[in-house]
Design a protein. Structure first.
Length: 303
């Protein structure tokens, strides 16, 4: 399975679900008593679910470094001023050194997001523990997504859901003319070299059907990531990585595993760095604007 850093997950999920929760309506979150977010990473989706669900929401991930980041970020959020919760001391007596395999319904853990270390293919829970098991951008990174959905169905008594992107249909508009075509070239080379199906989103219902989960509904959600003045630190970091070529270098091995040659990669990286310098120049003049739309598909099924 592919591995990701906490910074990458935060950067690529920033702002997701801030604009609309319509695509999450089939999950009936206001009726859920026990929800499991598999492959929760740093907890971006977990927090969205927890805000809308009256029951208990548990995050589960195989990467303990990401779970540690999720705990720390939730603690930071608790330390931020919150006028709505002022005077509410629920969770103040929680033991932050709790075993990560402790009972996920412990209300004292609720405010800092209970998390459990576990493999998506061997979830550490008995059958029918939850009434909703959901994942976000997990199946696209697994060589056998059906095996994961089968395991989701084992620990769910009601619903299973997958929120997966179609990374082959991402669109990019930019004030730097060279950026969209270079993004398409890089994305195509990457998709050719990757071993998992990162375009799975629109066809996740086929995976559900393969394991006998009845698909109830599929809804599309477009994750709109826009960069415009004033630029935050994250946008500046991304621009610097383009100008240095370091971002493209991270995917070099994957790109070369496909049809891209060494010579083709070197040409692409040279053009990519030039494009990055144009981005930085436009940023200096406060003229740079970029919009990327990643289509996600929320597929919900009944077990």
């Amino acid at each position: 399975m592919r591995e990701f850093t906490a910074d990458y997950l935060t950067r690529t999920r920033e702002g997701m679900w801030d604009d609309s929760h319509d695509a999450l309506e089939p999950l009936a979150l206001d009726e859920r008593e026990r929800v499991l977010d598999v492959g929760c990473g740093t907890g971006e989706l977990t927090r969205v679910l927890d805000a809308r669900c009256p029951g208990d929401v548990v995050g589960c991930d195989a990467d303990r470094r990401l779970l540690a980041a999720a705990r720390e970020r939730n603690r930071e959020r608790r330390r931020e001023p919150d006028l709505e919760s002022e005077g509410d001391d629920e969770g103040e007596n929680g033991d932050e050194s709790e075993n990560e395999h402790s009972d996920p319904v412990d209300r004292n853990e609720r405010d800092h997001g209970p998390v459990v270390a576990g493999d998506a293919l061997r979830l550490p829970f008995p059958d029918d523990t939850f009434d909703l098991v959901v994942c976000q951008a997990l199946l696209i990174n697994l060589p056998d997504p059906a095996a994961a959905v089968r395991e989701f169905a084992r620990v769910s008594s009601n619903l299973v859901a997958a929120i997966e992107p179609d990374n082959g249909s991402v669109t990019v508009d930019s004030s730097v003319d060279a950026e969209p075509p270079l993004e398409r070239r890089a994305r195509r080379a990457y998709l050719e070299g990757i071993e998992t199906d990162v375009t799975l989103g629109a066809s996740a219902r086929e995976v559900f059907a393969e394991v006998g989960v009845e698909v109830l509904e599929t809804r599309r959600y477009d994750h709109d990531r826009t960069i415009e003045p004033p630029y935050d630190e994250g946008a500046l970091t991304v621009a610097k990585r383009k100008a240095s070529g370091s971002g493209l270098a991270d995917d070099r091995a994957t790109m070369l595993a496909g049809e891209l040659t060494e010579e083709g990669y070197d040409r692409l990286r040279t053009e990519w760095r030039s494009m990055g310098r144009d981005v930085i120049e436009q940023m200096g003049d406060r003229e740079y604007r970029r919009r990327e739309v990643v289509p996600f598909y929320v597929t919900v099924g009944a077990v």
